[in-house]
Design a protein around this ligand. Structure first.
Ligand code: PLP
Length: 435
């Protein structure tokens, strides 16, 4: 259990029965009550992570500092309510996310609208609601938004998302700041400078900041410094003094005990240092620094719980253990070759004695949750906990094989709140006669 502590929610412990507890709640009992697969969020982890990041920002950065949560990592109404009460802003990329943020009590001034292909409906909603900024992703979008704002006679506050041409060491599908990325306004052919100059001169757009997001699951802070320097370089070229600079999210987390620890202080300090230096060199006042973590805020707060089903030995001698979830609730292993670890809920202290392929129940060969994970002996009916399950799992979940999305709980000491009820297949569109 000790070696998993750095992956598990902060409130994880072993109860009197020797079983895994989160915030003092017995995980086996929760699984019996709510069924499996079950997802659990630990309120303590989320709160402490937010508090510690605000503290780091205040310690490392000399200007104003803020956090907006990248809601694509996980969002539901109840979760958004907790986030809103914890003081962070929110980054949204769709009408659905905007509406949930609003329903949860986020004031529009705490909302940023991102996306590389926002619809007219989404832009119009954002304009009408008065979000803090629309983060413009291309010159064509800039022209469209200007026309929309003029039509509605409403001046719109914007950031420009710049593609800084910075490579990062992460899975290719998680890189977003390189020159071939679909995200952001490219720098090399002058598009970024043109966008700034255009927005500055617009009657209907109020350019206040520059943004970049270079990728996800990053553990080296140096590329962030290169991105900051790039943003300030093009700002200076266009004679623009940004009120805000956002380097997006992307800071990585641990998925296995053997993963190299990432120090979030490095992330914040190195971004801050680059901003201090560049602004001093240009004689610019320090802009507000806005970080947009998704994974770093929510991954560790989340725990996925599965029930073991049937087991077999393959002809190659591989021990296969199947659980009652898989790629429908967690597509990350199949999409990104993501790696995880696991422990047994009823016996978290038990010594691993075997390497198994922990597989899902869905009809894809790629539905392997963890290949070669070390586990103690397990039998049908045992419960498996997968730590670091709070980001990009449920938000990417599907109904593949007509799977029902799992129930999601929010735990605090003394209280269990249902964030998402287990999907009822009869609610899903394909069970309803569409005629
Ligand atoms: C614009 C933007 N900001 C922030 C994030 C959050 O990234 P992460 O979850 O890696 O922190 C993303 C993720 O795709 C993003 O696209």
């Amino acid at each position: 259990m000790e070696k998993y502590q750095k992956l598990l929610p902060f409130s994880a412990s072993i109860g009197k029965t020797g079983e895994l507890e989160i915030a003092g709640h017995n995980v086996r009992e929760l699984a019996e009550k709510w069924g499996t697969p079950l997802y659990i969020y630990d309120g303590i982890t989320l709160k402490e992570k937010i508090d510690s990041l605000y503290k780091l920002g205040a310690e490392e950065y000399k200007g104003k500092f803020d956090i907006t949560y990248a809601s694509k990592a996980y969002l539901s109404l109840g979760f958004a309510r907790h986030l809103a009460s914890l003081g962070v802003g929110v980054d949204v990329v769709s009408l659905g996310e905007m509406k949930i943020a609003g329903m949860a009590g986020f004031p529009p001034e705490r909302v940023h609208l991102h996306g590389n292909n926002k619809s007219e409906e989404e832009l119009e909603f954002a304009l009408d609601w008065g979000v803090f900024s629309i983060v413009v992703d291309s010159l064509e979008e800039l022209a469209f938004l200007e026309e929309l704002a003029a039509r509605k006679k409403k001046k719109m506050q914007i950031w420009l998302r710049i593609a800084p041409g910075v490579d990062v060491d992460t899975h290719p599908y998680l890189q977003t700041g390189h020159t071939a990325s679909k995200f952001g306004i490219p720098i090399p052919d002058g598009q970024a400078v043109r966008a700034i100059e255009w927005a500055k001169g617009s009657e209907w757009l109020n350019l206040i900041g520059l943004h970049t997001h270079i990728g996800s699951q990053i553990s080296d802070a140096k590329p962030y410094q290169r991105a900051v320097r790039m943003l300030l370089k093009i700002a200076a070229e266009a004679d623009f003094v940004p009120q805000q600079i956002s380097t997006g999210g992307g800071w990585g987390v641990l998925y296995r005990p053997e993963d190299k620890e990432t120090k979030e202080r490095d992330w914040v300090a190195m971004v801050a240092d680059a901003l201090h230096e560049e602004c001093a060199a240009l004689g610019y006042p320090l802009p507000q620094l806005v970080l947009e973590p998704g994974r770093w805020l929510t991954a560790q707060a989340g725990l996925a719980v599965y029930r073991v089903g049937f087991q077999k030995k393959s002809r190659e001698g591989i021990h296969v253990v199947a659980v009652d979830g898989g790629m429908a609730d967690n597509p990350r292993p199949a999409m990104y070759q993501a790696v995880y670890s696991a422990l047994v809920v009823e016996r978290p202290m038990a010594k691993p004695i075997q390497k198994v392929n922990l597989v899902g129940k869905y009809c894809e060969t790629g539905d392997v949750l963890i290949a070669g994970v070390e586990l103690p002996e397990v039998k049908r009916g045992d419960l498996i906990a997968m730590p670091s399950a709070g980001a990009y799992q449920l938000s990417m979940a599907s109904n593949y094989n007509m799977a029902a999305r799992p129930a999601v709980l929010w735990l605090e000491p003394g209280s269990v709140e249902l964030l998402q009820k287990r999907e009822d297949p009869s609610d899903a569109g394909w069970w309803v006669d569409a005629q």
